[in-house]
Design a protein around this ligand. Structure first.
Ligand SMILES: Nc1ncnc2c1ncn2[C@@H]1O[C@H](COP(=O)(O)OP(=O)(O)O)[C@@H](O)[C@H]1O
Ligand SMILES: [Mg+2]
Length: 327
């Protein structure tokens, strides 16, 4: 991964970013949880942190949330350098909703919020609790024991708890994991609502479509950052374009045919007499490919343009060699 400063900066340059992360790494002994991670998140942005299980998402949240110390690199969180002496200041401005809500199931929704409001030593807890309940549309459930609530409702209580301190930056660690589609959709709507209030949201997910739907920008992580950008940019960048060529018989020397063509960035054989060529401008490349094939004496059956799906490329990005990812 290159110099951290080359990453695209957040959209709003007037305000200091909500998060600014430079070459951050965390190791547990020999195990690398994440490495050399750099990005900025603008104020009010919904930033997606997308990656498979074990990619380092939760560890990144815990490091930025001041719960564990990074091994190397630097960051600012809500304007404060991520240093032990700033832990209190940072924690006053952020909230972390962990993967499992960690509510007291025998206590009511209200009692849970009261307990945490007390723990956070909030001034004016009653008002904060009421506002959190309203924001998460839970006022009618305040007296219900958390233990009888559905998973989706518990997740909403956890969100309400995270909102108690009115955070500038809210870390949501896989907020829809294990929820049914209806409950997941509800959480999505709540996140959209929070965004409209100007809360900066750092959302981890292993679900591509969730990142696409909710996030202003998305970073793809698998221990190292593989790509970062707006969903539509990632689409364009990741939708690698190819030409698929089928010939009547295998080419004698495919490298000689395809290797000399400037418009072709690479090629591979994908079955017998079936070639996949990488080309950023497939339309522009096709005539030259046809001429080269004819000159080589090949009988061309077809030349077609294809695009891999975003999902294909995502899987390849998180799976393959770091260098395999487009920049
Ligand atoms: N406290 C820990 N001690 C040792 N290894 C850990 C610890 N926490 C996380 N890891 C390791 O760091 C890697 C990233 O984990 P994690 O951040 O939980 O990934 P994700 O949230 O993306 O699924 C994994 O290999 C995990 O086993
Ligand atoms: Mg995790």
């Amino acid at each position: 991964m290159g110099d951290g400063d080359t990453w695209p900066l957040a959209a709003d340059r007037d305000d200091p970013p909500a998060l600014s992360v430079r070459r951050l790494s965390k190791r547990f002994g020999d195990r690398v949880a994440f490495e050399d991670v750099s990005f900025d998140v603008g104020r009010g942005e919904v930033f997606g942190f997308l990656g498979p299980n074990g990619a380092g998402k939760t560890t990144t949240v815990r490091a930025l949330g001041t719960l564990i110390a990074p091994t190397s690199g630097s960051a600012t969180v809500a304007g404060w350098p991520l240093e032990p002496e700033n832990g209190m200041e940072i924690r006053r401005r952020i909230a972390v909703m962990p993967e499992s809500p960690g509510l007291y199931l025998r206590l009511s929704v209200l009692e849970n919020l009261e307990l945490f409001a007390d723990l956070y030593e909030l001034a004016d807890p009653r008002d904060r609790i009421e506002r959190s309940l309203r924001a998460m549309d839970l006022t009618g459930r305040a007296r219900d024991a958390c233990g009888i609530l559905s998973k989706g409702l518990r997740q909403r209580v956890a969100l309400a708890r995270a909102l108690l301190g009115e955070p500038e930056v809210l870390f949501l660690d896989e907020p829809t994991a294990g929820l049914d589609p209806v409950a997941a959709r509800e959480v999505h709507e709540l996140i959209v609502g929070l965004r409209q209030r100007g809360v900066t949201i750092f959302l981890t997910t292993h679900r591509l479509e969730e990142a696409e739907r909710l996030c202003d920008r998305v970073a793809i992580l698998n221990t190292t950052l593989r790509s970062i950008g707006r969903p539509d940019e990632l689409r364009d960048r990741l939708f690698a374009r190819t030409l698929t060529v089928r010939t009547a018989a295998p080419l004698d020397a495919p490298d000689r045919v395809f290797g000399g063509l400037q418009a072709i960035e690479g090629w591979r054989e994908d079955g017998r007499a079936h070639y996949v060529l990488a080309a950023s401008d497939p339309d522009g490349a096709a005539p030259g490919v046809t001429r080269a094939l004819v000159a080589a004496g090949a009988d061309v059956l077809s030349i077609t343009e294809s695009r891999r799906s975003l999902e294909d490329v995502y899987l390849e990005l998180i799976d393959g060699d770091v260098e395999a990812g487009p920049r």
